[in-house]
Design a protein around this ligand. Sequence first.
Ligand code: FES
Length: 171
Amino acid sequence: MMESLEAKVEPAKVMEWIENLGSDASSTVPLLQEIQTEYGYLPRTAMDLIVKNTSISGSRLFGVATFYTQFRLEPVGRHLIKICHGTACHVTGADRLNTSLNSVLGIPSGSDDDTSANGSYTVEDVACIGCCSLAPAMVIDQETFGNLSGATAKRALVKHAKKNDEELLGV
Ligand code: FES
């Protein structure tokens, strides 16, 4: 089902980025940033086009892509949940938010998946989001929620899903 989330990559666009940003090793990060900004992740097709049309090797490209946490190789869901794991949020129970939201989204605990099977939401752990007095906190799309417990985080997500006509697959 994740297949449907794969971005449609226009080769002409990728070629234009190469044209503008350069085609040697020093252009690796800028090119990856451009791709990620456009698609929200690094689609395999775009990566292949870079390898084919620049002097950047596949191992360098994927090495850099996996080294920096800002880059992701999997498609993102239609909505993004960022759970803060900065110090203040960590000590006040950020993990409980992950557990609760994953269960609502039907993402099995301990799995590597961070996106629900219907592509509705992706859950990401992030560093401090700058509202530590509201710890533990999270952001769904652009909206910030604070002073959360597992239960109130779940309530916020259920409400968000209802508003956005998204189906929640878990409990
Ligand atoms: S640590 Fe979570 S908002 Fe700062």
